[in-house]
Write a protein that binds this ligand. Sequence first.
Ligand code: ATP
Ligand code: MG
Ligand code: FE
Length: 353
Amino acid sequence: ALVLGIETSCDETAAAVVRRKADGRGEILSNVVRSQIDDHALYGGVVPEIAARAHIAMLDGIVRLAMEEAGIGFADLDAVAATAGPGLIGGVIVGLMTAKAIALAADKPLIAVNHLEAHALTARLTDGVAFPYLMLLVSGGHTQFVLARGVGDYVRLGSTIDDALGEAFDKTAKLLGLPYPGGPAVEKAARSGDGKRFNLPRPLLNRPGLDMSFAGLKTAVRVAAERAAPVSDQDVADLCASFQEAAADVVASRAKRALEEFAQMFADVEPVLVIAGGVAANTRLRQGLDEAARATGARLVAPPIHLCTDNAAMIAWAGAERFVLGLIDPLSVSPRPRWPLDATAKPMLGEGR
Ligand code: ATP
Ligand code: MG
Ligand code: FE
């Protein structure tokens, strides 16, 4: 199946063409991403109205580029896929309506993709991972452990009860005077810092379950910074390193527990943990997850970073995975700004495994 994918749910305008071969392997023919980071940096975060307008201005050209790079025309496609949610409603409308227009004009099926499902299925595109597996999604808007049992068949096992981890990175950066987006800035500063200098909390860690909390961690950084005032560059580096240590500890310890639960549920399956989302770029976090996987005899699958952050190849791929199972949507489908992963349409029992 040859599918065009469109992503506009947050601050990336993206289009891509992906092929899913008969053996289930994937091939990326083009993957064009235009980040709006510079448009939002001035405001220290994504401004929905600016994002929606930028998607309108950019998407036509991005789609054309993706088709050109793939060397195909709309008539060659099997389907057109777009993120239909969750995300910022203005952006989602731009992407979904554009996909509808192309689908209608070229007489191709439309697939309304759940952005979280696309993150979850990326490891099947890059590494051919088989169901069932565990996914940790860590981005600016989401932090959750998901059990992927099949296409359209997900169970959320635990999630943050307050801030997403990327959000905590961004807020920590902001309060320490570092630029937006905060994740890369905090990681860079942490490299010259002492992660043991500040003893920051590991919230919820001795509670059962797989939920996480990061708001208190960010507040603890604020309190420590106030106590250390006036804050030197070395203080900032040490605070960043200590924050990163605490965050990585929390996630790794939760991952270990998730993998143990997985091993109990599926005794004869090799446990696999796949990671997705922009925070998966963090080296310290990956190191913690690697140790958690090794401690439980599991395999850690980390797609390349440009496929962990928001992109359209993952949307096209999710569209292809759904298309081959006959999961297409009517042109009347509505955007869904809130759309939990557990609520995506499932194929008939037995399919998609
Ligand atoms: P969504 O949550 O809807 O998937 P998003 O745009 O918030 O979308 P991504 O684009 O996947 O999420 O990731 C952006 C987030 O990743 C930001 O919060 C950013 O600070 C964080 N991030 C990026 N690189 C790093 C890094 N090296 N370390 C920690 N966090 C990082
Ligand atoms: Mg983004
Ligand atoms: Fe995302």
